[in-house]
Design a protein around this ligand. Structure first.
Ligand SMILES: NC(=O)c1ccc[n+]([C@@H]2O[C@H](COP(=O)([O-])OP(=O)(O)OC[C@H]3O[C@@H](n4cnc5c(N)ncnc54)[C@H](OP(=O)(O)O)[C@@H]3O)[C@@H](O)[C@H]2O)c1
Length: 307
């Protein structure tokens, strides 16, 4: 790409960052179709037997948004439900204080512990998985219901449409308040938005600094009223986190590089996910709400590792 085009694009992104910064900085939650969505979510993957304890700890430390999936291979959704019930029972929170997000996962992403009959039509699998999620989580509605990923790498197959139509029916029934899609390419997202009757309100993707922090998909999301959720913000970006510019910015603010990454994510309008198992990290991650980056710093981080 010519230098002029690159700098034009960067300055457009800086303006976008500045605009989003005003939104993100205003509060810890944003309202989407009347649903209060925390800008920082606690992710419950890979917690196994510690899921209940860690989720309860995260709620005690101040997280109000929880991400899980009805996919026993990587998540223990029932453990999340026990944590939610325990936190409500102890008076720490009410159901309305919490934003609960879970996912439908196709057969290929599951192990043998399936939350549905694999021989049933996909629409029935979605219904069964959703009913099982309600049971695991001990709730009557899910705040955000996410398709864990399309069934293939490119395009959208009949199975994807069948799953999405079933999710739209759950939305129409009022049991799933918002819909989302994860692990999605720009091309797949464009197709989904063209033909969906209920548009996705969330995209949840692994966010690589080397791809401009998923810049092209984030731009599409902004243009289409979709909120981008970034995961593996730390684990996917170790080299960028060690970059001297990141270290300098962290030192300037007397913060850790992890806090800079999370603050940056909020500044460019993402909902950030953290998967920490450490009480101190939970606390310091949430401190990303307590300081500000300069617009030039946001622009610099945005272009540090990729176009
Ligand atoms: N949709 C999908 O397909 C998908 C895929 C992957 C993840 N996710 C979601 O995203 C969540 C987060 O993903 P992730 O675990 O890859 O994210 P992450 O937050 O980038 O990684 C967490 C890892 O970083 C370490 N870490 C070091 N310092 C940390 C700090 N200050 N704050 C947080 N972590 C720190 C953690 O160790 P300590 O435990 O010692 O802090 C842990 O090993 C998952 O739990 C899941 O809910 C979704």
């Amino acid at each position: 790409m010519a230098g002029g085009a690159v700098s034009k694009r960067r300055s457009r992104c800086s303006r976008l960052a500045a605009r989003n910064r005003a939104v993100a900085m205003s509060e810890r939650n944003r309202s989407i179709d009347g649903v209060s969505v925390p800008c920082f979510l606690y992710g419950t993957a890979w917690k196994e037997d510690d899921t209940q304890r860690l989720t309860e700890l995260a709620i005690r430390q101040g997280f109000r948004g929880i991400d899980t999936a009805n996919q026993r291979r990587h998540y223990v959704e029932a453990g999340v439900g026990q944590a939610v019930a325990g936190s409500i029972r102890s008076g720490l929170v009410t159901r309305d204080d919490l934003f609960l997000q879970t996912k439908f996962t196709f057969r290929d992403g599951q192990d043998h512990r399936l939350p549905y009959d694999p021989k049933a039509p996909i629409a029935v699998q979605v219904e069964q998985s959703f009913a099982s999620s309600l049971q695991h989580l001990g709730v009557e509605t899910i705040d955000s219901y996410v398709l864990h990923g399309p069934s293939r790498r490119t395009g959208l197959a009949a199975a994807d449409w069948e799953a999405w139509r079933a999710m739209e029916a759950l939305h129409a029934s009022g049991r799933a308040r918002l819909l989302g899609i994860s692990n999605v390419s720009l091309e797949q997202l464009e197709r989904l938005c063209q033909e969906a009757r209920v548009a996705p309100r969330f995209v949840q993707n692994r966010c690589y600094a080397t791809r401009g922090w998923d810049r092209r998909i984030r731009e599409f999301c902004v243009a289409h009223g979709i909120v981008y959720q970034g995961f593996s913000l730390l684990t996917a970006n170790q080299a960028t986190m060690a970059h001297p510019a990141m270290v300098r910015i962290a030192a300037r603010h007397r913060r850790s590089v992890s806090q800079i990454v999370f603050r940056f994510a909020l500044d460019v309008g993402m909902v950030a996910l953290t998967g920490t198992t450490n009480a101190e990290h939970m606390r310091t991650d949430l401190e990303a709400f307590d300081f500000q980056l300069e617009p030039e710093e946001v622009a610099q981080i945005e272009s540090l590792a990729g176009p």
